[in-house]
Design a protein around this ligand. Structure first.
Ligand code: ZN
Length: 376
C-alpha cells in the first residue's frame, strides 16, 4: 500500500496540484528524503554513516570490505541473494585500508558483522588487496577459514569476486539482499577506484600517499592534498500527459531505453543542465517552471552523483542528434505492458526494457507510471 503522502506528492508533481515538489513537503517529511514510492539503491537514509575516521588506524574488531582490481567479494545466501564477505582487521595484515564509515543504525550490516564475529559498530574500512596478488585471491589467501561465515546456509565455495555492475541482465547490485549492502560495496569500490586514479600529484607529478585514514591522498614532494570528488549529473523524466520521453545510446544493451541524462557543465545550474541536455539529446524544449527535483542517487561507477528530476515540455517535436541513437515518446500503457513481461529479459533480449530496479531512472519511470495508475 502506497502511503497517502506519497500519492499526494506524485499527484501534485505530475498534475500540477502544487507549484513544485521542491517547495511543498507534507507534514512529517524532512527535506532531502526520497519522494519515490520505492527505495533507490545506495540510499541508506542515514543507516550507513560516513564522517570522521577513528583516531587509531583500523582499530581492533573493525570490518574490512575487500576490493581486488575493482571487484567485490560476495557470497550467496540460501535464498540465492548475495551479501558482502567481510574480513576482520586482525586477520588481514596486507593491502591499503581506507575508512568508509559506521552503520550502527543498520540491522543488515550489524547482522553481517555479528555473523563474521566482528565487533558490532566498530566501523567499516575498504581494503584494497589489488597489489598483493597476481590473480584474484582465494579465501585462504586472505586468511579466512573455509567456514568463514557462521551461517550454515552459506557454503564457502559460494564466495566469489565480482564487479558490482554488468552491462545487461541482473548485476551483483541487483542481487544484494539489502540496500545497505549495495551502499557499502559501492562506496568501497568507488573509494578504491579513486585511490587508483590519484597515484600521482596533479601539481608536480610526484607520487602520492594515502593520509587521514585513506580519506585523502597527499603528494610526497609538494604536499598537495587530494580528496575524493563527485561529478554531479542529472537525470530527467520529461512527461507529457500519458507519455514520457526516453532515449537510448548505441552502446547500450538492445531494447534499453532510459530517462535523458547528462553531466553538469562547469558554471551551470542544475535547472540549466536539465534544459540543455533535453534540448541537445531530443530537440524537445522543457518548461523551466516545470522542473522538479525528485531524488538523488550516488552512482560511484566511478564517481557520479545523480540528481533526478521531472519536467514538462513546451514543445514536443523530436529532433534526433548524434548524441543518442534513438529518442521517442512512449505511452504509459506500452511501457506497463513491456515491463509486465520483463522479468525474463536477459542480455540477449532485444525487447523494450529500462535500467534495472537499482537505478534512479527505474524509480523515476515507475513513480510516474504509478501516478498515471492512481489517476485512472
Ligand atoms: Zn606534488
Amino acid at each position: 500500500m502506497v502511503p497517502r503522502w506519497v500519492r499526494w506528492m506524485l499527484l501534485s508533481a505530475f498534475f500540477g496540484l502544487a507549484p513544485s515538489i521542491r517547495s511543498k513537503h507534507p507534514p512529517g517529511v524532512s527535506l532531502g528524503r526520497s519522494f519515490l514510492p520505492r527505495a533507490v539503491a545506495f540510499n541508506t537514509e542515514g543507516r550507513f554513516q560516513r564522517g570522521a575516521p577513528p583516531s587509531e588506524a583500523t582499530p581492533h574488531g573493525a570490518s574490512m570490505v575487500p576490493i581486488y582490481r575493482g571487484m567485490s567479494l560476495v557470497s550467496e545466501t540460501a535464498t540465492g541473494e548475495l551479501e558482502p564477505v567481510l574480513l576482520s582487521s586482525e586477520q588481514v595484515q596486507m593491502g591499503e585500508a581506507s575508512w568508509l564509515g559506521t552503520a550502527e543504525e543498520s540491522s543488515a550490516l550489524a547482522e553481517l558483522q555479528r555473523k563474521a564475529s566482528h565487533r558490532l559498530g566498530s566501523g567499516f574500512w575498504m581494503l584494497d588487496v589489488s597489489n598483493c596478488f597476481d590473480q584474484a585471491p582465494s579465501l585462504s589467501d586472505l586468511g579466512l577459514r573455509e567456514d568463514f561465515n557462521a551461517s550454515p546456509s552459506v557454503s564457502s565455495t559460494s564466495a566469489q569476486w565480482h564487479k558490482l555492475r554488468s552491462r545487461a541482465g541482473a548485476s551483483v547490485v541487483d542481487r544484494l539482499a539489502s540496500e545497505d549492502y549495495a551502499a557499502l560495496l559501492a562506496v568501497a569500490a568507488g573509494m578504491s577506484a579513486w585511490h587508483r586514479s590519484v597515484r600521482f600529484c596533479a601539481t608536480c607529478g610526484a607520487p602520492t600517499e594515502a593520509v587521514r585514514s585513506g580519506l585523502q591522498r597527499q603528494c610526497c614532494q609538494c604536499g598537495s592534498r587530494f580528496r575524493p570528488r563527485v561529478d554531479p549529473a542529472m537525470l530527467v523524466l520529461v512527461t507529457d500527459g500519458d507519455r514520457c520521453l526516453l532515449g537510448r545510446k548505441a552502446s547500450w544493451p538492445a531494447g534499453r531505453f532510459s530517462a535523458l541524462a547528462g553531466f553538469v557543465e562547469f558554471g551551470e545550474t542544475l535547472e540549466e543542465c536539465v534544459i540543455r541536455e533535453v534540448r541537445e539529446e531530443s530537440g524537445v524544449l522543457v518548461d523551466p517552471k516545470s522542473i522538479c527535483f525528485v531524488a538523488s542517487q550516488p552512482w560511484l561507477f566511478p564517481r557520479s552523483l545523480l540528481l533526478g528530476f521531472t519536467a514538462k515540455p513546451v514543445s514536443t517535436e523530436i529532433k534526433l542528434t548524434e548524441e543518442l541513437e534513438d529518442v521517442k515518446w512512449f505511452e504509459a500503457d506500452y511501457i506497463e505492458a513491456c515491463l509486465a513481461e520483463a522479468d525474463d529479459i536477459d542480455a540477449s533480449d532485444t525487447r523494450f526494457n529500462i535500467p534495472s530496479r537499482t537505478s534512479l531512472a527505474n524509480s523515476l519511470i515507475h513513480g510516474w507510471l504509478q501516478s498515471i495508475r492512481a489517476q485512472k
